[in-house]
Design a protein around this ligand. Sequence first.
Ligand SMILES: Cc1cc2nc3c(=O)[nH]c(=O)nc-3n(C[C@H](O)[C@H](O)[C@H](O)COP(=O)(O)O)c2cc1C
Length: 192
Amino acid sequence: MPIILNEIDAAAWAELEQAVSEPESAFRYLTFCSVDEQGKPQARTIVLRRADKLMRVMEFHTDTRSLKWQEIAANPHVTVLGYCAQMRLQLRLQGKVEPYDAESDVAQATWSRLPAHTQKTYAGGPPGGARACDDIKAISAAEEAEGKANFGVLIVRASSLDWYQLHKEQNQRAFFTYDNSGALVDSQWVNP
Ligand SMILES: Cc1cc2nc3c(=O)[nH]c(=O)nc-3n(C[C@H](O)[C@H](O)[C@H](O)COP(=O)(O)O)c2cc1C
């Protein structure tokens, strides 16, 4: 395996790890794509909460009443997509997602570390549920406590990374494959 490909892979995951603590990083806001029950692709922006380059995992937080939660319960195969204009770099990661609901130790430990303003976002009606446009009211302490029951953690275990960088002369693209333990098992340059 040529060293440069290993370095590209390592740098891509380092970018993801750094993005978690850098609100300005383009890779902090990723597009999370799942497939719904009709086989239609679904995509939405979601905040990257943790990345681990050794295990090849990415962590996201969501409301377990959301459509995405139902979609991944039926089909755990997902794509996570990001583009950084500054680096002219696209990262397209495919893998399987493991959902952890509010009852799980993972979600409970994560919830206890969330700031109060973030916990608040899980209170109130279900995501996508209809509401009157004048129904913007403060969330009560009782509702706030209920938010914990709606909190879920999504852990995506990447099986591949499609790396694509725009260049004036010639665009570059490489494809990386990982095994279940996160080890890099294959890497190759591909036509852009
Ligand atoms: C910048 C931005 C960040 C977002 N971050 C999250 C997030 O971390 N988790 C989440 O569930 N939804 C997040 N959302 C909302 C989702 O994009 C989406 O609208 C919502 O989760 C409902 O998606 P669904 O109906 O496909 O499940 C974010 C939206 C924006 C615009």
